[in-house]
Design a protein around this ligand. Structure first.
Ligand code: BES
Ligand code: MN
Ligand code: MN
Length: 475
């Protein structure tokens, strides 16, 4: 039977599949830093070459946005077999990665991937590099499944119809993606469902389908006071210190119950249903266990009152300060009152909150809280809608079945607090739902030094994609 041969092919070619991922990970495709633009393109060309070799029709398309040219998007298509009756699947992934800072905390250089052996009581055998799990490793689970089908049967997706879209700006706000989706609306609209491997599992040996991700609204605010830096002895006590005043304002962003105080912030929030809360409880997620792994105790299990950690991550909106700066931060002491102070403030959103409206509400709130004598400079960075997808679709059932066949375990239905802007865009512009079938683990150090992807997860992903294709063609 061909499915069995495909799985055997994956087993036999395991080392080569890991080596290919290593090759891709060597390319420093950091999308947010213009210095790496040529490397970002090289990463796109690399993956385009892989897809070409597998028989896809591939194009590396240029993109544009309001600021000018963006990073390319790799598009690839393969027709279904003449007898294919299933959905046209749009596989989305991203080939760009986050910056590596702080670079001195890496145990090995971020773009020189190393395979580390399993550690007793710790992580399993793993590949360590920037982008290992987010998202190159996960994209490669799909590509290796295609290779296995191609080598075994001659068709890279078992005879199912696929379009592939690989973005190079996911980690920097997907600014060119919306114009791109609009421009190629017709072509994309031909797809029935989107499949993304860029999320995590419930735990080791606990495969999962993520049926929702949160939205995001990202801002930067600067509070200006005097038109120049001042001597803090001569001026301290006579005029506003923008750092102190900014800190006072930001400290009011949450109330005693750790709820966000911006008027209207919760207006559009879809409340958690009893059913959902009961389902999540059954997943037996250990909030304290997770805190322990990041060096915290049970005392640190804090957040919006009345909700569990899982509910707070998956189903409730939050406000976070991601950076704050101003004044003197160099060596030694400098007695200064600076002219300004800044912060990066972002909001994770749930259905049906609109990122544009949330940003407006926040800016209005800032203005209403303007410290005496000061004024604001308010900047909107980027955002995206959250999504929750129906859990009763046949394609989602096929993904769950594939995961079960690949792992021997029932797939858990989970949500994630992270954001993947494309999903909301595909839903609002094209009406396409997304299935998130991801293979990351909680301790993969996503966006952090020593990011890893465990080889067992890499293998599971390859098998799951191969079996999902088998499900699509009816076996
Ligand atoms: N893959 C992540 C999001 C993610 C990680 C979702 C783990 C679920 C589980 C993605 O690459 C990411 O980092 N997204 C950004 C959003 C973006 C607009 C910068 C995020 O969530 O911060
Ligand atoms: Mn990602
Ligand atoms: Mn990411």
């Amino acid at each position: 039977m061909s499915t069995q041969s495909v799985l055997e092919f994956l087993d036999r070619n395991d080392a080569a599949a890991t080596q290919r991922l290593v090759d891709w990970l060597r390319i420093p495709s950091i999308s947010t830093d213009p210095k790496y633009a040529a490397d970002v393109r090289r990463a796109a060309e690399w993956v385009a070459g892989q897809l070409k070799d597998l028989g896809f029709a591939v194009e590396v398309r240029e993109t544009t946005n309001a600021q000018g040219a963006g990073h390319p998007i790799v598009m690839a298509t393969i027709d279904g077999a003449a007898t294919y009756k299933g959905p046209h699947v749009l596989f989305y992934g991203h080939y760009d990665v986050q910056p590596v800072d702080p670079v001195d905390l890496w145990e090995s250089p971020p773009f020189e991937p190393v395979i580390k052996p399993a550690q007793k009581g710790g992580p399993g055998e793993r590949i360590v590099a920037r982008g290992a799990v987010d998202d190159k490793g996960q994209v490669m689970t799909f590509i290796e499944a295609c290779r296995a089908w191609k080598e075994t049967t001659g068709h890279p997706t078992a005879g199912a119809k696929y379009t592939i879209m690989l973005e190079g700006e996911e980690e920097s706000g997907s600014v060119s993606l919306e114009p791109f989706v609009r421009k190629f609306k017709k072509e994309l609209q031909a797809c029935d469902v989107c499949l993304i491997s860029d999320t995590g599992m419930l735990g080791r040996d606990k495969p999962a389908i993520t049926y929702g991700v949160r939205g995001l609204a990202y801002t930067e605010i600067t509070l200006h006071a005097a038109n120049q830096d001042l001597h803090s002895g001569l001026w301290g006590g006579r005029c506003p210190n923008p750092i102190t005043e900014l800190a006072r304002v930001l400290a009011q962003l949450h109330d005693k119950k750790r709820r966000v105080t911006i008027p209207g912030f919760y207006d559009a929030v879809r409340p958690l249903t009893k059913q959902e809360r009961a389902n999540w409880k059954k997943l037996k997620f250990s909030a304290v266990g997770a805190l322990k792994k990041i060096g915290l105790t049970a005392a640190a299990d804090i957040g919006e009152a009345g909700f569990t950690a899982m509910e707070r991550e998956w189903g409730r909106p939050t406000a976070e300060i991601n950076g704050i700066w101003g004044g003197y931060t160099g060596h030694g002491a400098k007695t200064v009152i600076p002219a300004k102070a800044s912060a990066k403030v972002s909001f994770r959103l749930v259905a049906d909150q609109d990122p544009g409206k949330i940003t407006k509400m926040f800016f209005k709130w800032c203005k209403a809280h303007t410290p005496p004598g000061c004024h604001w400079e308010l900047n909107d960075h980027h955002g995206g809608f959250g999504v929750t997808v129906p859990t009763d679709s046949p394609t989602l059932a096929a993904a769950a079945k594939a995961l079960k066949r690949a792992s021997g375990k029932e797939a858990a239905m989970i949500k994630s607090g992270g954001s993947i802007p494309v999903a909301g865009m595909l839903k609002s512009l094209l009406g396409i739902d997304t299935i998130f079938m991801g293979f990351g683990l909680d301790d993969d150090r996503v966006h952090s030094p020593n990011e890893k992807f465990e080889l067992s997860c890499y293998r599971l992903g390859q098998r799951a994609h191969a079996l999902f294709m088998a499900e699509l063609v009816g076996g």
